[in-house]
Design a binder for this molecule. Structure first.
Ligand code: NAD
Length: 434
């Protein structure tokens, strides 16, 4: 089919590339001209495994192209995906400014009937508003059908997830549009949930809110385990064997981050407020996660009276492994707190340095490897469980550090490994090893 994808971020670019790889004619549109210039050369502006190869392959076989010109990008397109950001507004609600601009551009430049598919995460009722906004600004007598197709990919495994996700959700009030979207998605061989617009929008928010709650739940159990002498590894393993609970998302740590969970949980609370309904569980999930981000620095503060002039190596800046994204990453607030306390910070991340440099204070020094970051450091803090960081042998910390003291916010090592290493090891929800 002739497809347009508007927005070439993590969701839009991966969607566009994968649809092109299925054999569709895909044109990706973005207002960021620099990004479009980079993409036209076959260079991915984001780090996602497998993306670069698929990008190059589909540009060269002419299934995929890029533009910042809406007129060119929408010409003759039958299906138009919206995949622009919906960041958090000041009041916690989803900011629909980018989506609104896209609607107006579609209305201005589209010259034929088309199905508009919303991939962006948007509050319940937004797809109806999208339809009205486009129709209200149309300059031609054409028909718009609307489908909600929320995205569930995980950054770090976005391409894999597009082909192997658990389900694809498509919602519409229009049976024909729903069937066309079903046939496009059938090629991914993933179970498809067909529903109405509002339920599709709600499935996305309810899923993210549930996952955020699961993370906060295990984090609170970890904090309690520390205080009563239990080991969260054993607790989580024992809980996860119960099929009703499941073992995914039971890794205790310093809280969730990224561009989705923090804003989506707050958006659900805001949607509920508008519906005159309180959601005490989710309000507490948000507060609990805020507190969790601070606990690794609290642990350091209670171990050392002062952090002034201490050399601290931060290992991992991305909000999770396998991505260069640092949006809402715990590393940002941890670094700020450490600098405030007068520590000297040297950070290492396999992929997120470029993004971190734009956000973090210029007082932060950067290293090119784990060993370089921890050399002569007083303290090592693990904030992202990158494979490279997990694989760096814990017994090697003493070769590089003045005296190995590790604060592990992601429980990368077992307590047995820590005991054998000779390092002082503080983790989440487990006894300290000295
Ligand atoms: P992103 O910030 O990485 O990318 C958004 C892109 O849209 C940018 O390249 C920006 O230049 C472009 N853009 C903004 N305004 C535009 C306009 N008027 N016309 C054309 N392009 C425009 O965003 P993302 O992380 O890909 O997220 C997109 C949406 O998908 C959000 O609603 C998000 O909540 C949702 N989502 C994200 C993920 C994820 O893991 N990142 C997962 C599921 C759902």
């Amino acid at each position: 089919m002739e497809i347009s994808v508007i927005g070439t971020g993590y969701v839009g670019l991966v969607t566009g590339v994968c649809l092109a790889d299925l054999g569709h004619q895909v044109m990706c549109i973005d207002i960021d001209k620099e990004k479009i210039g980079t993409l036209k050369q076959g260079i991915s502006p984001i780090y996602e495994e497998g993306l670069s190869d698929l990008l190059k392959k589909n540009i060269s076989n002419k299934n995929l192209s890029f533009t910042s010109d809406y007129k060119e990008g929408l010409r003759g397109k039958e299906v138009i995906y919206i995949a622009v950001g919906t960041p958090q507004a000041m009041d916690g609600s989803a900011d629909l400014t980018y989506v609104e601009k896209v609607c107006k551009s579609i209305a201005r430049y589209l010259e034929n009937d088309a199905i508009v598919v919303t991939k962006s995460t948007v509050p319940v009722g937004t797809n109806e508003w999208i339809k009205q906004t486009i129709e209200g600004n149309l300059q031609k007598d054409i028909e718009i059908k609307i489908v909600s197709n929320p995205e569930f990919l995980r950054q770090g495994s976005a391409v894999y997830d597009t082909y192997h996700g658990d389900r694809i959700v498509i919602g519409s009030e229009d049976a024909e549009a729903l069937n066309i979207l079903e046939s496009i998605n059938a090629d991914f061989s993933i179970p498809i949930v067909k529903t109405d617009l509002r339920s599709a929008e709600m499935i996305k928010y309810a899923s993210n809110a549930f996952l955020a709650a699961k993370i906060s739940f295990i984090n609170e159990m970890a904090n309690l385990s520390e205080r009563i002498g239990a080991n969260i590894d054993h607790v989580a393993a024992g809980m996860g064997m119960d099929k009703r609970i499941g073992n995914a998302f039971l890794n205790a740590g310093i809280g969730y981050g990224g561009s989705c969970f923090p804003k989506d949980t707050r958006a659900v609370i805001s949607i509920a407020k508008e519906a005159d309904y309180e959601m005490p569980i989710l309000e507490n999930v948000v507060d609990s996660n805020e507190r969790q981000r601070g606990i690794i620095v609290d642990k350091m503060m209670s171990r050392f009276e002062r952090l002034k002039n201490k050399k601290v190596a931060i290992l991992g800046l991305a909000f999770k492994p396998e991505t260069d994204d640092i949006r809402e990453a715990p590393s940002i607030s941890v670094t700020e707190k450490l600098l405030e306390a007068g520590a000297e910070v040297c950070a290492y991340d396999p992929a997120a340095r470029r993004n971190a440099e734009k956000v973090l204070s210029n007082k932060v020094a950067y290293a090119d490897s784990v060993s370089e970051a921890i050399t002569e450091a007083d303290i090592a803090v693990i904030l992202t469980e990158w494979k490279e960081i997990k694989k760096f042998p814990i017994e090697d910390y003493k070769k590089y550090m003045k005296s190995p003291i590790i604060f592990d916010g992601r429980n990368c090592f077992t307590l047995e490994e820590a005991k054998d290493s000779g390092a002082e090891y503080h983790s989440i929800g487990r006894p300290v090893v000295r």
